[in-house]
Design a protein. Structure first.
Length: 397
């Protein structure tokens, strides 16, 4: 049994249910440009509405910093949400006080109401008890479906859970169950792929993973720092000279934990950092002084595939190369397809997350073929770091 309540454990008919969503979605000229998050969270709203709840939605949008910033209103998200839900969504121009109260009082069973950006009030990010109480006054039950905001200890993500009977929504439930299977209770062997530009932003994450995984695959520009720390010539490649000790410490930690670290054995190099730049594939010891490493080579992908064949579980964050600049997307795409294939064959549980990662997997066309792809950025990273997420902890019964 999960350590938190879900929608299966609460009676919602005729009740006012405050649902924390993460509607911090990409928007341009007042229109939602990517509705993935909305689609993921819609089932919770639909289910509650179908069960006769009066559904009151809370979310932040961007970072207005505790004051009203009209361009950061959630109002344009209401029609996008209504479109996905296939039912009307009312909107109130404040998330507490008379305007919110009037809108809530008008709700009939099954109705859905979206309240204005919680971050228009200073009390939200401060997790101010008075602000949390004002939110709580609007509902009888609290449901949190915003895993991607669960690393924030804010009034609507954390405080509310202490004031009302609470439960996880369906998308929160799915995130937690997949992340638990991937990292807390994995079937072994377990592989983690960590890519991206900088070690410095992922030190805690690497140190946590190296103690847990059987194989740690390092890609992206951060692999350059590891290679350089081993004394290899990496030409003009992006690397963090002040992180060589960190890289060595992580490699030593891997050795004592019995984890294998997989670094590129061959790479794709170019003289310019731009899409379509003339490139060549070289062994890792043959990078020229004026060359930049922009991707992993085919032998590295083969080695990755051989390791992958032994794995039961995989966690992925970060691309292998400069995937946004073809042809330097090939390594990431080939690796992603290898993971997708083994997942499809039922040999592997694969979980990926983080902003760049989702974009890279979408580009490779495999998002739906992984076991689970999280839409969370910061929250997914903090989970990989082994940190307790306040929004999740507060749901524990
Ligand atoms: C996100 O988009 O990652 C979440 O909505 C959290 O947003 P924040 O980083 O502004 O807290
Ligand atoms: Mg963010």
């Amino acid at each position: 049994m999960a350590s938190y309540r879900t929608l299966d454990d609460i009676e919602v008919m005729g009740r006012r249910v405050l649902v924390r969503l993460d509607l911090n979605v990409p928007m341009k000229n007042g229109l939602v440009t990517d509705s993935t998050r909305i689609e993921r969270q819609a089932p919770t709203v639909r289910e509650l509405s179908d069960k006769g709840a009066r559904v009151i939605l809370l979310s932040h949008f961007e970072r207005p910093g505790g004051k009203v910033v009209p361009e950061m209103s959630l109002k344009p998200v209401a029609p996008a949400l209504a479109g996905v839900l296939g039912r009307p969504v009312a909107f109130a121009g404040d998330c507490i006080g008379p305007e919110a109260e009037t809108a809530v009082a008008k709700l009939k069973d099954g109705d859905v109401l979206l309240l204005e950006n919680t971050r228009f009030h200073k009390g939200e990010e401060k997790n101010d008890p008075e602000f949390a109480k004002a939110l709580a006054a609007l509902g009888d039950i609290y449901v949190n479906d915003a895993f991607s905001a669960a690393h924030r200890a804010h009034a609507s993500t954390e405080g509310l859970a202490h004031l009302l009977p609470s439960a996880a929504g369906r998308s929160m439930e799915a995130e937690l169950s997949h992340l638990t299977k991937a990292l807390e209770n994995p079937e072994r062997p377990l592989m983690a792929v960590v890519g991206g530009a900088k070690i410095s932003t992922k030190i805690t994450l690497l140190e946590n993973l190296v103690a847990k995984v059987d194989v740690l695959v390092i890609g992206g520009a951060m692999a350059n720092t590891f290679l350089a720390a081993e004394g290899r010539a990496i030409g003009k490649s992006l690397a963090e000279k002040d992180q060589f000790d960190t890289a060595r410490r992580i490699m030593a930690k891997a050795q004592s934990a019995g984890a294998t670290i997989l670094l590129p054995g061959d790479v794709v190099v170019a003289r310019e950092f731009k899409a379509g730049a003339a490139s060549r594939i070289v062994g890792i010891n043959d990078v020229d002084e004026d060359e930049l490493i922009l991707d992993v080579g085919p032998r590295t992908i083969q080695a990755f595939g051989r390791q992958l064949d032994r794995m039961k579980t995989l966690v992925w964050n970060g691309p292998f190369g400069a995937f946004e600049m073809p042809p330097f997307d090939r390594g990431t795409t080939a690796a992603a397809k290898a993971v997708a294939e083994r997942t499809r064959e039922g040999k592997l549980l694969s979980v990926a997350g983080g902003g760049d990662t989702v974009a890279a997997l979408a580009q490779a066309g495999v998002v739906d073929e992984f076991s689970y792809v999280s839409t969370a950025g910061g929250a997914f990273l903090e989970w990989l770091e082994g940190r307790t997420l306040p929004g999740v902890a507060a749901l524990k019964r």
